[in-house]
Design a protein around this ligand. Structure first.
Ligand SMILES: Nc1ncnc2c1ncn2[C@@H]1O[C@H](COP(=O)(O)OP(=O)(O)O)[C@@H](O)[C@H]1O
Ligand SMILES: [Mg+2]
Length: 353
């Protein structure tokens, strides 16, 4: 079929992004009156203007917001999720923007949660590894201490009797000492022999820490009586002893536990300055002794419970107090730990199993 000659207007609405629409006006300009033609032109002009307006509105309120959202979504791959989506435009792009922003926030929150869980997991693994390493060390240390303790006890057994004989004979000679000088020499011999017996006594306890009877023991009463034993030395050094306790019952060897408490209190008193305070605290099956003294020297910490480890002057310390205490507590299935306090001084804690 032949097309009628006429005006064919094709309005291509060209936007930045290409053709988004086209309008075809097909009307014969040869037929009709001038008036008709004028009307057609007016109509076409109005249609053209409206099409342009629609295109601009479409572009501003729908297409550009969508383009912005999609460009930002693509940028996220490289730049992460920090940049928020800003919803603009008509309802649809605005809703899409809001949905994307909601999604972004969820991703961020979930990522944070994942990081937190990861850190928590790492912390737990670290904690478990440390606990395992500590348990292994304690096992090796425990076995070593037992071996050293047996050896020490064997030697002590042999030395104890001769020391007793020296002490007894020196005592007899002292009664008939010819001169004051001789008497003083004999006292020195006796003091040294006493010291040998003290050391051998500690070594024997180290080798066979707990031979006594187990039974229901009031830990607070044990702490109180150990405190009384140590009071003399504390008073002489100008150190105050304090006890805070709740009545608590444990299944233990009372005499052995008293030895533990006594050794800890003595150390605390010896580490204190004049005017210092040594605090005993009993709660449940835990006994702690803290002081306001010098604190434990960092290099001493790994060796505290080793027999013969001492930082005290020759003659002042045997280095057996903590080894004995450790052995007794271990025999009770408990733990003995040491720590420096943040302010000053040290704390030793006995936890019975
Ligand atoms: N309360 C304390 N404050 C500081 N250091 C301490 C304390 N108790 C123990 N120590 C340290 O542990 C070492 C070993 O103690 P111990 O086995 O009782 O032997 P000794 O008292 O004969 O030295 C001490 O020489 C000291 O260095
Ligand atoms: Mg001691």
């Amino acid at each position: 079929m032949m097309r009628r000659p006429g005006l064919a207007l094709k309005l291509s609405v060209l936007l930045m992004l290409g053709v988004v629409g086209a309008m075809v006006v097909d009307f014969s300009l040869t037929s009709g009156t001038d008036m008709d033609r004028a009307r057609v032109l007016v109509f076409v002009s109005i249609a053209l203007a409206m099409a342009l307006l629609a295109a601009v509105v479409l572009d501003t309120l729908i297409i550009r917001p969508l383009v912005r959202l999609s460009a930002q979504a693509r940028r996220m791959e490289d730049r992460g999720y920090a940049e928020p989506f800003v919803p603009t435009g008509l309802d649809e792009p605005r809703e899409l923007g809001e949905a994307l922003e909601h999604l972004r926030q969820r991703v961020l929150a979930e990522r944070e949660e994942l990081q937190r869980l990861n850190a928590e997991l790492e912390r737990r693994v670290e904690e478990r590894s440390l606990a395992l390493a500590a348990a292994q060390r304690a096992l090796v240390e425990g076995e070593r201490l037992v071996a050293v303790g047996r050896l020490g006890a064997g030697v002590a057994h042999e030395v104890n009797n001769p020391a007793g004989v020296i002490l007894g004979r020196a005592g007899l000679l002292l009664d008939d000492a010819a001169t004051p000088e001789a008497a003083e020499d004999l006292r020195v011999i006796m003091r040294q022999a006493e010291r040998i017996r003290e050391i051998t006594g500690a070594l024997l306890r180290l080798g066979r820490p707990s031979r006594g009877e187990r039974g229901a023991v009031d830990l607070a009463a044990v702490a109180r009586s150990a405190m009384e034993l140590a009071r003399h030395e504390a008073v002489a050094r100008g150190v105050t002893l304090e006890l805070s306790c709740q009545a608590s019952e444990v299944d233990a060897d009372a005499a052995a536990l008293e030895q533990v408490a006594y050794n800890l209190i003595r150390n605390a008193v010896q580490a204190s300055q004049e005017g210092g305070v040594v605090r005993l605290h009993v709660a449940g099956s835990t006994l702690s002794v803290s002081d306001t003294g010098s604190g434990i020297a960092p290099e001493a910490i790994p060796h505290l419970f080793e027999p013969f480890f001492t930082t005290k002057k020759l003659g002042e310390g045997t280095g057996l107090g903590l080894a004995v205490a450790h052995g007794i507590v271990r025999d009770h299935g408990g733990t003995l730990t040491a720590e420096n306090l943040p302010e000053r001084g040290a704390r030793f804690v006995v936890r019975l199993g």
